[in-house]
Design a protein around this ligand. Structure first.
Ligand code: MG
Length: 191
């Protein structure tokens, strides 16, 4: 029978080298509020209402990171019913998810996102969004995939949707400090 000590060691050693997470979010467009996607404010006559600043992409990224480590989701950690989060910068949620990923012993390898919205066109802003998301996650921008599609056949002209997949990799253990030279070797050096 394994002891408690060996059970703990076995559990730690069997953490997977890679973990995948998936996040989804949707928000409704509303007149008279700014449109933020991926932390970038886009010029448009409507913004995304709802929880915090309504940044549908950052919310889906947050849930993908949290899901990868089986942590509580964004709605549990930051309830929309709590006025504290009304209008909040969604980067706060990403930072909390990142901290939890690091505490679990992982780091983000890359993410891939798909946005679905009728307007505005994302293409002209894609590079800025990828750069900003990369900075938030501490990654090069070529680790941030971003596609945008129109909601053809979905009858969702007044909504923005984000799907995000995130891959995490286990942080390698630091190299052990070198052992002190044995007395035998010291003797050899002095000869
Ligand atoms: Mg949301």
């Amino acid at each position: 029978m394994p002891t408690k000590k060996t059970q703990r060691r076995t559990s730690k050693d069997h953490r997977p080298a890679l973990r995948i997470g998936y996040g989804f979010d949707s928000h409704e467009f509303r007149l008279g509020i700014p449109l933020k996607i991926g932390g970038i404010t886009l010029t448009h006559d409507r913004g995304l209402g709802g929880h915090s600043d309504g940044d549908v992409l950052l919310h889906a990224i947050t849930d993908a990171l949290l899901g990868a480590i089986a942590a509580p989701d964004i709605g549990t950690l930051f309830p929309p019913s709590d006025p504290k989060w009304k209008g909040a910068d969604s980067a706060i949620f990403v930072h909390e998810a990142l901290a939890r990923v690091q505490d679990a012993g992982y780091r983000v390898s890359n993410i891939d996102a798909s946005l679905i919205l009728a307007a505005p066109k994302i293409g002209p802003h894609a590079a800025a969004i990828r750069t900003h998301v990369a900075e938030l996650l501490g990654l090069p921008s070529d680790c941030i995939g971003l596609k945008a599609k129109t909601p053809e056949g979905l009858n969702l002209e007044n909504a923005a949707i984000a799907h995000v997949a995130a891959l995490l990799e286990k942080i390698p253990q630091k190299a052990r400090p070198k052992k002190k030279a044995s007395p035998k070797k010291k003797v050899r050096r002095t000869m």
